[in-house]
Design a protein. Structure first.
Length: 215
């Protein structure tokens, strides 16, 4: 074993500050060097100095309480820093995952009049059960839910006979931001001859239909 490895094996078990540990290591290396200069081999010096565990225990027993306190503080910091880093990452992820809403008028991506026009166009296509046009104007994930069969099933949950559309109600809009994505969400109640239906329609930045909810 070299003097460096021997000294390191001792000081790594000493519960003190980094500065004190370096000081002890340098003293040990100095003592070993002095002993070898007197004609002793490194093996003889290490044997005379004793087991690293026992020497480390002697250092720990003789150190002042302030050094033990510094050791505990540094250990807590070493443990806490990775945990704090993970928590910060989780907080950032949660922040991006939580949906945030803002007035559509303040949006950099959507125009209120454009969204309103698009919503009425979508509702007209739904009334016509124009599956092809709806699919062409929707994101891929929405297309399976816009088949003629799917639309018929959705409508039947409200009524089997809506009648003709008679009027559009007031449209309420907001911008939804989640995971870096910006969406326009609009809600409107439409009156038909036999029922009143509320639509909630969602569009992406390209004004493609990205969500549909009817009640």
């Amino acid at each position: 074993m070299t003097a460096e490895k021997y000294a390191t094996s001792i000081v790594k078990r000493v519960k003190c500050s980094k500065e004190k540990r370096n000081e002890i290591k340098q003293q040990l290396l100095s003592d070993i060097t002095a002993a070898t200069e007197q004609g002793n081999t490194i093996e003889e010096v290490i044997k005379q100095m004793g087991d690293p565990h026992e020497l480390a225990k002697e250092f720990n027993d003789s150190l002042p309480k302030t050094e033990h306190s510094k050791y505990l503080r540094n250990k807590i910091i070493k443990i806490s820093l990775p945990i704090a880093a993970v928590l910060i990452v989780l907080i950032i992820l949660l922040y991006h995952m939580i949906p945030r809403t803002s007035p559509i008028e303040d949006s950099r991506f959507f125009n209120k009049e454009t969204v309103e026009t698009k919503m009425k166009e979508t509702i007209q296509l739904l009334d016509q059960a124009n599956s092809d046009a709806l699919c062409a104007d929707a994101i891929p994930q929405m297309q399976p839910y816009l088949s003629e069969k799917a639309m018929t099933e959705i409508k039947s949950t409200i009524s089997d006979d809506w009648g003709e559309r008679t009027s559009f109600g007031t449209i309420y809009m907001t911008e939804l931001t989640q995971m870096g994505k910006h969406l326009a969400v609009g809600e409107i109640t439409v009156t038909y001859e036999n029922v009143s239906v509320t639509y909630r329609l969602t569009y992406d930045k390209d004004m493609k239909l990205a969500g549909l909810y009817i009640r």
